[in-house]
Design a protein around this ligand. Structure first.
Ligand SMILES: NC(=O)c1ccc[n+]([C@@H]2O[C@H](COP(=O)([O-])OP(=O)(O)OC[C@H]3O[C@@H](n4cnc5c(N)ncnc54)[C@H](OP(=O)(O)O)[C@@H]3O)[C@@H](O)[C@H]2O)c1
Length: 250
């Protein structure tokens, strides 16, 4: 298969890129950090690298077209930013970047491949949302809102892309022990039962894509927990979530 991973230079995306490449697929990744990309190329020369900002649709489309030469099986968008800061502590620059990368970046990914996939009458697009996006309450963060919105965006595109045999999988992970998540926590998060390793997450994502799942929410323990707490009155949910926002802080 030919697979392009947007935001594949670290964490969930890089873990997927390495696994797909090791299984004999042709894999390309993109990100904005040139040093990270070069380091990956040095360690795994089979992975093609592109320095692309997902906010720039033309740049993204050029990279995907260059790699695919009109023939792409799968694009995964794992590009996203998150911080420990609640919305009130975000600078306007951070808030705009979060919306541009996490939300517009997903739209750009759909748009960058649509003509090619329509022409080929086949393709698969996977986007990475978050369990944070399943919780609708007044003080939900900008991050959670971007992740909630892309779930809806995925459904909208699925309704239209279905006629062209294009599958869309929305990945909804709980905590995954990437370097980025670890850097945001003062605790050793790998000891928490609700935190999965990158490898465990990669297994789940690859299986969901193989099975052409529309949506996958994992791990199961978090899925059940979220199901229960979404039934709570909004005020109580808000209280719990604000307490939980200090997770990992002293
Ligand atoms: N880890 C978790 O617990 C968790 C849970 C739920 C959802 N998620 C979601 O999963 C995704 C990956 O998270 P992660 O933990 O793996 O984080 P990560 O290691 O920081 O990976 C983020 C990736 O996005 C890329 N990226 C960021 N801004 C970009 C831009 N403007 N243009 C292109 N690429 C850009 C980064 O590349 P550069 O640095 O090279 O730009 C990197 O490859 C995110 O969407 C996140 O919201 C993560």
């Amino acid at each position: 298969m030919k697979i392009f991973i947007v935001g594949g230079s670290s964490g969930i995306g890089l873990s997927l890129a390495k696994r797909y490449a090791s299984l004999g697929n042709e894999v390309a990744i993109c990100g904005t950090n040139e040093e990270k990309l070069k380091e990956i190329k040095k360690n795994d020369s089979s992975i093609k690298i592109y320095k692309v900002d997902v906010r720039n649709k033309d740049e993204l489309k050029s990279a995907i077209d260059d790699f695919s030469q009109g023939n792409l099986d799968l694009v995964i968008n794992s590009a996203g930013i998150y911080t420990n800061n609640r919305t009130i502590k975000l600078s306007d620059k951070e808030a705009f970047a979060m919306i541009d990368i996490n939300l517009t970046g997903v739209l750009n990914t759909f748009e960058a491949v649509r003509d090619m996939m329509f022409k080929n009458n086949r393709g698969h697009i996977a986007i990475i949302s978050s369990i944070a996006g399943l919780l609708d309450y007044p003080k939900a963060s900008v991050y959670a809102r971007t992740k909630m919105t892309i779930m809806g965006v995925g459904e909208t595109y699925r309704a239209f892309f279905r006629d062209y045999n294009i599958n869309i999988t929305t990945i909804v992970p709980g905590y995954i022990a990437t370097d980025k998540l670890k850097s945001l926590s003062k605790e050793d998060i790998t000891k928490k039962s609700t935190v999965l390793s990158e490898e465990e997450s990669t297994n789940i994502i690859i299986k969901a894509i193989e099975e052409k799942k529309k949506k996958i929410i994992y791990p199961l323990s978090m899925k059940i927990l979220i199901f229960i707490i979404t039934k709570l009155p909004k005020k109580l949910l808000t209280y719990i979530m604000i307490k939980q926002a200090n997770w990992g802080k002293k």
